[in-house]
Write a protein that binds this ligand. Structure first.
Ligand SMILES: *Cc1c(COP(=O)(O)O)cnc(C)c1O
Length: 452
């Protein structure tokens, strides 16, 4: 038999809407308007790129979360996690809805005060509070969540110096079945450290142990982990009351609920895999009501939900700069939005929606941002239709962490607008400019002249 010439095998994906294991591959949708405002008009008016926030979505998401918990438990309080999005307008929407403030640094603490939050409604978390921070929070009567023994001893010194009794909680970490375990924050439950911290506080008499706190991680996809955490905090509350006759005022389960974004490498989209507020609420409140805590001493349940309350309300709008071919022939699309503005693209597969009708013919495409660095990739190897130079696009679900972790690198940070419930857009953070960025710089006299 004649030997046939060798041809290397080639696997090529068909993208004509072929069904996969999980059903039809979704056709890429088009988002041409947000809350009734056209994407094109928004970009023409406020420039590209542009962050857009929906006040209506923030409020309706908050109401859903509130309802899930308040229908299952008599005393519920949310505290807005500042680091998730600390634009003043965003924080104040949450505060108007009834949320307290949850802060993790002196900067965030002052931001909450500046936003007009009364100090007794601020929860001060974080592993790096200074002596001055502790003193100010003690004098103003905020709740201080202790992270480690050194901080506990520092707070005892503050109590002595000020003659005031700080209101504190201890942060507790524990095995909830979620790995890797977040054991760098707080006192460990399983090895007895949390109990020891409680004993030291109670025996000192200098600090009021107001609450118990746990923040078990972020993007937690199993509601059951919260059942374990709430159960362990309830045990500590019961033991504290049994030993000291002291009633714990609140149990704070932190944040960590998953938003509907899809993690890289996930099999199913986040819209299908993320538990609902009802799932989380059921797990947490069941653990509390079934605990040995006396009914008349049922603690206030605090939640510091961040991501799940704001992600859906944020959009990032941008424009295609160019298309080109990589050395191996694959298509590359260059956008004016990169990892500088979209930090979460490091772990989410963000959906990037064209803002105008596109061909259903798709091709393996890598979407790059505008930065002069190789890691500036929004999506690697995604089946994507051709968007031409100047075409607009919308990235959905970007409200959490991006407007705090964005970096000023190479490009200015853009305008942020919020669309109010009447459909009117307001700038809530102005695009940066050269004066703003160079204001803190100092150039020594002998370097004032560039020497040309
Ligand atoms: C970041 C943080 C939150 C919010 O977490 P999400 O995962 O965004 O819900 C809440 N509490 C503390 C202590 C945090 O550090």
């Amino acid at each position: 038999m004649e030997k046939k010439p060798f041809e290397p095998p080639l696997i090529k994906k068909l993208n004509a809407g072929m069904p996969a294991k999980f059903g039809l591959t979704p056709r890429i949708g088009v988002i041409s308007e947000i809350e009734g405002l056209r994407v094109k008009d928004l970009l023409d008016e406020y420039g590209s790129p542009l962050y857009v926030l929906s006040e209506r979505t923030i409020r309706s998401t908050y109401k859903q979360a509130w309802q899930a918990f308040s229908t299952r438990y008599p005393k519920v309080q949310f505290a807005w996690s500042y680091k998730t999005n600390y634009l003043g307008a965003v924080c104040n929407v949450f505060h108007q809805e009834g949320a307290w403030a949850e802060v993790v640094s002196g900067y965030e603490y002052h931001k909450a005060l500046k936003n007009g939050v009364p100090p007794q409604y601020i929860l001060f978390n974080g592993p790096s509070k200074t002596y001055e921070d502790l003193k100010e929070a003690t004098e103003k009567g905020s709740f201080i969540h202790l992270d480690h023994f050194d901080e506990l001893y520092m707070l005892m010194e503050v109590a002595e110096e000020t003659g005031k009794k700080p209101k504190a909680a201890i942060r507790v970490n524990m095995d909830t079945g979620i790995y890797p375990r977040w054991d760098r924050f707080g006192f460990n439950y399983d090895n007895g450290e949390a109990w020891e911290a409680i004993n030291r506080i109670m025996l000192s008499g200098k600090i009021e142990l107001a609450g118990l706190h746990a923040h078990i991680g972020t993007y937690i996809l199993t509601a059951d982990a919260y059942r374990v955490a709430a159960g362990k905090l309830a045990d500590l509350a019961v033991n504290t009351e049994r030993k000291y006759g002291h009633v714990i005022r609140y149990i704070d389960l932190g944040g960590g609920f998953a938003s509907k974004n899809t993690l890289k490498g996930a099999y199913v989209p986040g819209t299908d895999s993320a538990p609902s507020f009802d799932d989380y609420a059921e797990a947490i409140t069941a653990a509390l009501v079934n605990s040995a805590i006396k009914p008349e001493h049922l603690p206030l349940l605090i939640l510091e939900t961040g991501r799940a309350l704001i992600d859906d309300a944020g959009y990032l709008l941008g424009t295609v700069i160019a298309n080109k071919r990589l050395a191996d022939g694959r298509r590359a699309m260059i956008a004016d939005v990169g990892v500088n503005l979209l930090f979460t693209s490091f772990w989410y597969d963000h959906q990037i929606y064209p803002a105008q009708p596109v061909s259903q013919h798709t091709e393996d495409t890598t979407i790059y941002g505008p930065l002069c660095m190789n890691i500036d990739v929004l999506r690697a190897a995604v089946d994507y239709p051709l968007l031409k130079k100047g075409d607009r696009f919308v990235i959905k679900r970007v409200g959490a962490y991006n407007m705090t972790q964005w970096m000023q690198f190479i490009e200015y940070r853009p305008n942020v607008v919020m669309i109010d419930p009447q459909g009117k857009a307001h700038i809530v953070r102005k695009k940066e400019n050269l004066d703003y960025l160079t204001a803190p710089e100092e150039v020594p006299d002998h370097l004032k002249n560039p020497g040309f």
